[in-house]
Ligand binder design. Structure first.
Ligand SMILES: [Ca+2]
Length: 87
C-alpha cells in the first residue's frame, strides 16, 4: 500500500511539486490500465469527471494541486471519516 506522499509523487509527472489536471488525468489513466486492464475501456470515460471532482474539492482555483493542498484535503477527509465512523 503506497503512502499518500508516494501517490502524489507518482502523479506529479514533471516533479515540480504540484499536480495539474493533465498530470492527474495521465496518472489515473496509467493506474486504471495497470490495475484494471479489463475494465479500462469501460471506465476511462469517467476519468475527466473524477478529475473535475478532485480539483473541485482540493484546488484553490489556480489549476494545480500542491502537496500542502493535498495533505490538507486528506487530513480534513480523514477527520470526517473518523467522525462518521465513531457516530
Ligand atoms: Ca507537476
Amino acid at each position: 500500500m503506497p503512502s499518500a506522499e508516494e501517490l502524489f509523487d507518482k502523479a506529479d509527472l514533471n516533479g515540480d511539486g504540484s499536480i495539474t489536471k493533465d498530470e492527474l488525468t495521465t496518472a489515473l489513466n496509467d493506474d486504471l490500465k495497470t490495475n484494471y486492464p479489463d475494465e479500462y475501456e469501460e471506465y476511462k470515460s469517467y476519468i475527466p469527471t473524477i478529475v473535475d471532482q478532485i480539483f473541485g474539492s482540493i484546488d484553490d482555483g489556480d489549476g494545480s494541486i500542491t502537496m500542502d493542498e493535498y495533505k490538507e484535503y486528506l487530513a480534513a477527509n480523514c477527520t470526517t471519516m473518523l467522525y462518521d465512523a465513531s457516530n
